[in-house]
Write a new protein. Structure first.
Length: 280
Protein backbone atom coordinates (compact mmCIF):
# COMPACT_ATOMS: atom_id res chain seq x y z
CA UNK A 1 0.00 0.00 0.00
CA UNK A 2 1.28 3.48 -0.88
CA UNK A 3 1.58 6.09 1.86
CA UNK A 4 -0.95 8.36 0.17
CA UNK A 5 -3.57 5.62 0.37
CA UNK A 6 -3.42 5.26 4.15
CA UNK A 7 -6.26 7.68 4.77
CA UNK A 8 -8.75 6.74 2.10
CA UNK A 9 -10.72 4.90 4.79
CA UNK A 10 -11.08 6.95 7.94
CA UNK A 11 -10.16 5.47 11.29
CA UNK A 12 -12.92 6.75 13.55
CA UNK A 13 -15.48 5.36 15.93
CA UNK A 14 -18.49 5.90 13.67
CA UNK A 15 -17.12 4.06 10.66
CA UNK A 16 -15.76 1.47 13.07
CA UNK A 17 -19.28 0.74 14.27
CA UNK A 18 -20.33 -0.01 10.69
CA UNK A 19 -17.45 -2.40 10.14
CA UNK A 20 -18.15 -4.40 13.26
CA UNK A 21 -21.85 -4.69 12.51
CA UNK A 22 -23.00 -2.68 15.50
CA UNK A 23 -26.03 -0.42 15.43
CA UNK A 24 -25.82 2.49 13.00
CA UNK A 25 -27.79 4.62 15.46
CA UNK A 26 -25.98 6.64 18.14
CA UNK A 27 -27.26 8.79 20.96
CA UNK A 28 -26.24 12.39 21.50
CA UNK A 29 -24.79 12.82 24.99
CA UNK A 30 -26.16 16.37 25.23
CA UNK A 31 -29.76 16.24 23.96
CA UNK A 32 -30.19 12.44 24.24
CA UNK A 33 -31.68 12.14 20.76
CA UNK A 34 -30.96 9.16 18.53
CA UNK A 35 -29.19 9.91 15.28
CA UNK A 36 -27.98 7.88 12.34
CA UNK A 37 -24.27 7.51 11.76
CA UNK A 38 -24.68 8.77 8.19
CA UNK A 39 -26.41 11.92 9.38
CA UNK A 40 -23.71 12.70 11.93
CA UNK A 41 -20.94 12.12 9.41
CA UNK A 42 -22.64 14.31 6.82
CA UNK A 43 -22.94 17.08 9.41
CA UNK A 44 -19.21 17.09 10.29
CA UNK A 45 -19.83 15.02 13.44
CA UNK A 46 -22.08 17.71 14.93
CA UNK A 47 -25.53 16.92 16.32
CA UNK A 48 -28.03 18.54 13.92
CA UNK A 49 -30.55 18.98 16.72
CA UNK A 50 -28.56 20.61 19.53
CA UNK A 51 -25.21 21.48 17.92
CA UNK A 52 -23.18 19.21 20.20
CA UNK A 53 -19.70 18.45 18.85
CA UNK A 54 -18.90 14.74 18.80
CA UNK A 55 -15.32 13.71 19.39
CA UNK A 56 -13.42 13.12 16.15
CA UNK A 57 -10.67 10.55 15.71
CA UNK A 58 -7.20 11.80 14.75
CA UNK A 59 -7.27 10.29 11.27
CA UNK A 60 -10.78 11.48 10.55
CA UNK A 61 -9.73 14.98 11.66
CA UNK A 62 -6.87 14.89 9.16
CA UNK A 63 -9.23 13.71 6.43
CA UNK A 64 -11.49 16.67 7.17
CA UNK A 65 -8.65 19.18 6.86
CA UNK A 66 -6.28 18.01 4.10
CA UNK A 67 -6.82 17.53 0.39
CA UNK A 68 -7.81 14.07 -0.78
CA UNK A 69 -4.89 11.65 -1.16
CA UNK A 70 -2.36 14.30 -0.17
CA UNK A 71 -1.37 13.06 3.29
CA UNK A 72 1.81 11.07 3.98
CA UNK A 73 2.22 9.84 7.55
CA UNK A 74 5.57 10.14 9.35
CA UNK A 75 6.94 7.98 12.20
CA UNK A 76 3.93 5.69 12.11
CA UNK A 77 5.71 2.80 13.85
CA UNK A 78 6.92 4.61 17.00
CA UNK A 79 5.36 3.07 20.13
CA UNK A 80 5.49 3.81 23.86
CA UNK A 81 7.38 1.53 26.24
CA UNK A 82 7.14 1.10 29.99
CA UNK A 83 10.42 2.92 30.52
CA UNK A 84 9.91 3.44 34.26
CA UNK A 85 8.49 0.00 35.02
CA UNK A 86 5.17 1.55 36.11
CA UNK A 87 2.83 -1.21 37.36
CA UNK A 88 0.18 -2.16 34.80
CA UNK A 89 1.36 0.31 32.16
CA UNK A 90 1.90 -2.36 29.50
CA UNK A 91 -1.73 -3.46 29.87
CA UNK A 92 -2.94 0.14 29.60
CA UNK A 93 -0.92 0.67 26.43
CA UNK A 94 -2.28 -2.51 24.90
CA UNK A 95 -5.86 -1.55 25.72
CA UNK A 96 -5.27 1.95 24.36
CA UNK A 97 -3.99 0.50 21.08
CA UNK A 98 -7.02 -1.77 20.80
CA UNK A 99 -9.45 1.01 21.61
CA UNK A 100 -7.90 3.67 19.36
CA UNK A 101 -6.39 1.44 16.65
CA UNK A 102 -3.31 3.64 16.94
CA UNK A 103 0.24 3.08 18.17
CA UNK A 104 0.35 6.37 20.03
CA UNK A 105 -1.72 9.40 21.04
CA UNK A 106 -0.79 11.47 17.98
CA UNK A 107 -0.73 11.05 14.20
CA UNK A 108 1.85 13.16 12.34
CA UNK A 109 2.56 13.76 8.69
CA UNK A 110 2.67 16.04 5.66
CA UNK A 111 -0.20 16.96 3.38
CA UNK A 112 -1.82 19.78 1.44
CA UNK A 113 -4.60 22.10 2.53
CA UNK A 114 -6.29 23.66 -0.52
CA UNK A 115 -3.12 22.90 -2.46
CA UNK A 116 -0.73 24.39 0.10
CA UNK A 117 1.90 22.00 1.57
CA UNK A 118 1.73 21.77 5.35
CA UNK A 119 2.89 19.57 8.20
CA UNK A 120 0.08 18.43 10.49
CA UNK A 121 -0.28 16.58 13.76
CA UNK A 122 -3.58 15.44 15.21
CA UNK A 123 -3.93 14.04 18.71
CA UNK A 124 -6.03 10.94 19.46
CA UNK A 125 -8.37 11.13 22.45
CA UNK A 126 -9.06 7.38 22.34
CA UNK A 127 -5.42 6.68 23.20
CA UNK A 128 -5.25 7.32 26.96
CA UNK A 129 -7.15 10.60 26.53
CA UNK A 130 -4.49 12.03 24.24
CA UNK A 131 -2.01 12.02 27.10
CA UNK A 132 1.52 13.15 26.30
CA UNK A 133 4.27 10.60 26.84
CA UNK A 134 7.82 10.35 25.51
CA UNK A 135 6.75 9.03 22.10
CA UNK A 136 4.01 11.64 21.69
CA UNK A 137 6.57 14.35 22.37
CA UNK A 138 9.14 12.72 20.10
CA UNK A 139 6.75 12.45 17.16
CA UNK A 140 5.64 16.09 17.43
CA UNK A 141 9.25 17.26 17.89
CA UNK A 142 10.34 15.35 14.78
CA UNK A 143 7.46 16.89 12.84
CA UNK A 144 8.52 20.43 13.77
CA UNK A 145 12.12 19.61 12.87
CA UNK A 146 11.00 18.26 9.50
CA UNK A 147 8.91 21.40 8.95
CA UNK A 148 11.86 23.62 9.85
CA UNK A 149 14.21 21.80 7.48
CA UNK A 150 11.68 21.97 4.64
CA UNK A 151 10.36 25.47 5.42
CA UNK A 152 6.79 24.28 5.91
CA UNK A 153 4.01 25.61 8.15
CA UNK A 154 2.61 23.37 10.87
CA UNK A 155 -1.02 22.80 11.81
CA UNK A 156 -1.48 21.16 15.20
CA UNK A 157 -4.83 19.76 16.37
CA UNK A 158 -4.76 19.23 20.13
CA UNK A 159 -7.00 17.16 22.36
CA UNK A 160 -5.46 15.96 25.60
CA UNK A 161 -5.85 15.33 29.29
CA UNK A 162 -2.23 16.39 29.82
CA UNK A 163 1.06 14.67 30.62
CA UNK A 164 1.05 10.88 31.02
CA UNK A 165 1.58 10.08 34.68
CA UNK A 166 2.92 6.56 33.97
CA UNK A 167 6.04 8.18 32.49
CA UNK A 168 6.60 10.67 35.29
CA UNK A 169 9.25 13.32 34.73
CA UNK A 170 10.06 11.93 31.28
CA UNK A 171 6.54 12.89 30.22
CA UNK A 172 6.89 16.38 31.69
CA UNK A 173 10.19 16.84 29.84
CA UNK A 174 8.28 16.64 26.58
CA UNK A 175 6.80 20.06 27.32
CA UNK A 176 10.17 21.78 27.03
CA UNK A 177 11.41 19.48 24.26
CA UNK A 178 8.49 20.19 21.94
CA UNK A 179 8.45 23.87 22.92
CA UNK A 180 12.12 24.20 21.92
CA UNK A 181 11.34 22.64 18.52
CA UNK A 182 8.43 25.07 18.09
CA UNK A 183 10.76 27.99 18.89
CA UNK A 184 13.37 26.87 16.34
CA UNK A 185 10.59 26.50 13.75
CA UNK A 186 9.38 30.02 14.56
CA UNK A 187 12.87 31.55 14.53
CA UNK A 188 13.28 30.20 10.99
CA UNK A 189 10.27 32.30 9.92
CA UNK A 190 7.73 29.48 9.70
CA UNK A 191 4.05 29.54 10.65
CA UNK A 192 2.42 27.41 13.35
CA UNK A 193 -1.38 27.26 13.59
CA UNK A 194 -2.79 25.62 16.71
CA UNK A 195 -6.36 24.27 16.73
CA UNK A 196 -7.67 23.48 20.20
CA UNK A 197 -10.46 20.92 20.55
CA UNK A 198 -12.34 19.51 23.52
CA UNK A 199 -10.56 19.10 25.88
CA UNK A 200 -7.09 20.64 25.68
CA UNK A 201 -5.69 20.59 29.19
CA UNK A 202 -2.68 19.92 31.41
CA UNK A 203 0.87 19.85 30.09
CA UNK A 204 -0.24 20.02 26.46
CA UNK A 205 -2.20 23.23 27.08
CA UNK A 206 0.73 24.59 29.12
CA UNK A 207 3.19 24.07 26.26
CA UNK A 208 2.91 23.58 22.51
CA UNK A 209 -0.89 23.87 22.23
CA UNK A 210 -0.69 27.53 23.26
CA UNK A 211 2.47 28.40 21.33
CA UNK A 212 0.84 28.85 17.95
CA UNK A 213 1.34 32.05 16.00
CA UNK A 214 -2.42 31.83 15.50
CA UNK A 215 -4.53 29.93 18.03
CA UNK A 216 -7.94 28.68 16.94
CA UNK A 217 -10.52 26.71 18.91
CA UNK A 218 -13.69 24.76 18.31
CA UNK A 219 -16.90 26.09 19.87
CA UNK A 220 -17.37 24.90 23.45
CA UNK A 221 -13.91 23.33 23.75
CA UNK A 222 -12.57 23.15 27.30
CA UNK A 223 -9.15 24.79 27.51
CA UNK A 224 -7.16 25.03 30.71
CA UNK A 225 -4.46 23.54 32.89
CA UNK A 226 -6.18 21.97 35.90
CA UNK A 227 -9.76 20.72 35.65
CA UNK A 228 -12.62 22.80 37.08
CA UNK A 229 -13.35 20.33 39.89
CA UNK A 230 -9.73 20.51 41.06
CA UNK A 231 -9.82 24.30 40.96
CA UNK A 232 -13.12 24.47 42.84
CA UNK A 233 -11.79 22.23 45.59
CA UNK A 234 -8.56 24.22 45.80
CA UNK A 235 -10.29 27.60 45.94
CA UNK A 236 -13.29 26.27 47.88
CA UNK A 237 -15.66 28.32 45.75
CA UNK A 238 -17.99 27.86 42.80
CA UNK A 239 -16.53 28.73 39.40
CA UNK A 240 -18.42 31.05 37.02
CA UNK A 241 -20.54 29.60 34.23
CA UNK A 242 -18.54 28.93 31.08
CA UNK A 243 -15.25 28.75 32.96
CA UNK A 244 -12.46 27.35 30.71
CA UNK A 245 -14.73 27.09 27.68
CA UNK A 246 -13.30 28.41 24.40
CA UNK A 247 -15.63 31.40 24.32
CA UNK A 248 -14.45 32.61 27.73
CA UNK A 249 -10.81 31.87 26.92
CA UNK A 250 -11.15 33.99 23.77
CA UNK A 251 -12.60 36.87 25.80
CA UNK A 252 -9.52 36.65 28.02
CA UNK A 253 -7.27 36.97 24.95
CA UNK A 254 -5.74 33.49 24.87
CA UNK A 255 -7.55 32.33 21.71
CA UNK A 256 -7.54 34.33 18.47
CA UNK A 257 -10.71 32.92 16.92
CA UNK A 258 -13.36 30.27 17.45
CA UNK A 259 -13.96 28.47 14.17
CA UNK A 260 -16.90 26.08 13.59
CA UNK A 261 -15.93 22.69 12.24
CA UNK A 262 -17.46 23.19 8.80
CA UNK A 263 -15.34 26.33 8.24
CA UNK A 264 -12.02 25.12 9.58
CA UNK A 265 -10.41 23.94 6.35
CA UNK A 266 -11.24 27.12 4.40
CA UNK A 267 -10.27 29.33 7.34
CA UNK A 268 -6.90 27.62 7.78
CA UNK A 269 -6.29 27.69 4.00
CA UNK A 270 -6.84 31.45 4.02
CA UNK A 271 -4.27 31.89 6.80
CA UNK A 272 -1.77 29.74 4.90
CA UNK A 273 -2.27 31.75 1.70
CA UNK A 274 -1.77 35.04 3.56
CA UNK A 275 1.40 33.69 5.17
CA UNK A 276 2.91 32.71 1.82
CA UNK A 277 2.09 36.08 0.32
CA UNK A 278 -1.18 35.22 -1.35
CA UNK A 279 0.26 32.57 -3.66
CA UNK A 280 -2.07 29.65 -4.28
Amino acid sequence: MKFKELFLKANNQLEGSEKTGKSRIIRCSKCDCELSVAKIRKNNFICPKCGHYFSVRARRRILMLVDRRSFVELDRDLKSQNILGFPGYEDKLQKAEEKSRENEAVVCGVGKISGIPCCIFSMEAKFMMGSMGAVTGEKITRLFEYATQNKLPVLGVSVSGGARMQEGMISLMQMSKVSAAVKRHSDAGNLYISLLTNPTTGGVEASFAMQGDIILAEPGARIGFAGPRVIEKTLNQKLPEGFQLAEQVKRCGFVDEIVPRDRQKSYIATILRIHQGGRS
